[in-house]
Design a protein. Structure first.
Length: 141
C-alpha cells in the first residue's frame, strides 16, 4: 500500500477538494512543486495555474487556481486559493475573452495601476488556457 497525504483545496467560495493523494503538484511562485507524503513543512505563494492531485492507480485530478498560498505539513497539504475551480469547469471561451480584454487594456493603459491589473488578468487567462490545453492532451493519450 502506497503512502498518502491528505489534500485540502479551498477558496473563498468554499471547499473544492478534500481527500488522500500519493502526490500533489502545484504552481509555486518560484516554479512547479511536487509534494509527496512526509514532505518538509513549507509555506509558499502560488501563481495562477494548474494543481494536480495524483490519487493513485493512474488517476489524476486537475484543478485551476488563480493564486494563493500553499501550506505543506508532513501529512497534510492545504491550498488556500484566491479562486479555485475543477479543471473540467473551466470555460475556454470566457478565458479567451478575458485574455483579449486584458491585452486590449495593456494597449490602452493610462496609469501604472491599470497596467498592473491588466497584467494580472492576462496571467490568469493564460494560466486557464494552459490548464485547458494540458487536460486536452492528457485525455487524448
Amino acid at each position: 500500500m502506497a503512502m498518502t497525504i491528505h489534500v485540502d483545496i479551498v477558496s473563498a467560495e468554499g471547499a473544492i477538494h478534500s481527500g488522500q493523494a500519493e502526490m500533489v503538484y502545484a504552481p509555486g511562485s518560484m516554479g512547479e512543486l511536487g509534494i509527496a507524503p512526509r514532505h518538509t513543512p513549507l509555506v509558499t505563494r502560488l501563481k495562477p495555474g494548474e494543481v494536480r492531485v495524483d490519487t493513485g492507480g493512474g488517476e489524476m485530478q486537475h484543478f485551476y487556481v488563480s493564486g494563493g498560498i500553499l501550506e505543506v505539513q508532513p501529512h497534510v497539504v492545504t491550498v488556500l486559493a484566491d479562486t479555485a475551480l475543477r479543471a473540467a469547469d473551466l470555460d475556454e471561451a470566457a478565458a479567451l475573452e478575458a485574455k483579449r480584454s486584458a491585452e486590449d487594456a495593456l494597449q490602452g493603459q493610462q496609469a501604472d495601476f491599470e497596467y498592473a491589473k491588466a497584467q494580472a488578468e492576462l496571467a490568469e487567462a493564460v494560466a486557464q488556457l494552459r490548464a485547458i490545453e494540458k487536460i486536452r492532451k492528457q485525455t487524448k493519450s
